[in-house]
Design a protein around this ligand. Structure first.
Ligand code: PRP
Ligand code: URA
Length: 218
């Protein structure tokens, strides 16, 4: 008989279902939304999505002195989390999460999708030296084929990371399945889950190329 400890991890997908998030996602989808507004919206959606995604961060009880008394209160346990952004587009989400967790450490993985194969090509990687001790928050606005996310997760696990979750702005069933197949232990939280990929491996309806829209490069 399998005990809860030995059971294989349960895949977890959370889709934010909230009027404010829906409204901001609609503005992100709009082809007429310019780069400045697009960047602000990505940061706002990241904050609202992270609020839900980080519910399970471990806490510990400490004693704090208020102006009136001394009381037990909760704080984040252990060393500060590490936020890992997949370049380029993930950078905008890293900046947003740093406003919530200012003492977080930051890691980067540089990946771009080969335009023909749609497979991720790595060009940079730098993690905090003790990342294996930290809760890790992997961020990338788009979870399309899932190739970039899986490559990043594999590198993080090779580095010894044991507790890791992913936050994306828009995902699709193909990307979620690609991650949860090999990595059912990685919870995924998305602000929106779209129906499918097109023949060029773009999410439809989606919001286009997130990196290009954030940085105005197209
Ligand atoms: C985009 C996006 C993800 C990746 C998702 O990056 O930011 O990293 O595509 O696609 P996948 O799930 O099929 O791997 P892109 O390659 O366009 O690079 P960029 O962020 O530098 O624009
Ligand atoms: N990368 C993007 O930026 N958008 C998509 O729809 C798919 C991959």
């Amino acid at each position: 008989m399998s005990s809860p400890q030995s059971a294989s991890p349960q895949s977890s997908l959370t889709v934010i279902n909230h009027p404010l998030v829906d409204h901001k996602i609609t503005l992100l989808r709009d082809v007429n939304t310019g780069a400045g507004e697009f960047r602000s919206l990505c940061q706002e959606v990241t904050l609202l999505t992270a609020y839900e995604a980080l519910r399970a961060l471990p806490t510990e009880t400490v004693t704090v002195e208020t102006p009136l008394t001394t009381t037990d209160a909760k704080q984040l346990a252990g060393p500060a989390p590490a936020v890992v952004g997949i370049l380029r587009a993930g950078l905008i989400m890293v900046e947003a999460i740093l406003t919530l967790i200012p003492n977080a450490k930051v890691g980067h993985i540089g990946l771009y999708r080969d335009p023909d194969t749609h497979l991720p090509v790595e060009y940079y990687r730098k993690f905090p030296i003790d990342i294996e001790r930290r809760e890790v928050i992997l961020v990338d606005p788009m979870l399309a084929t899932g190739g970039s996310a899986v490559a990043a997760i594999e590198h993080l696990k090779e580095a010894g990371v044991k507790s890791l979750r992913m936050i994306a702005i828009v995902g699709c069933p193909e990307g979620v399945a690609a991650v949860h197949g090999p990595h059912p232990d990685v919870p995924i939280t998305v602000a929106a889950l779209d129906p499918k990929l097109n023949d060029s491996a773009y999410i439809v309806p989606g919001l286009g190329d997130a990196g290009d829209r954030i940085y105005g490069t197209k």
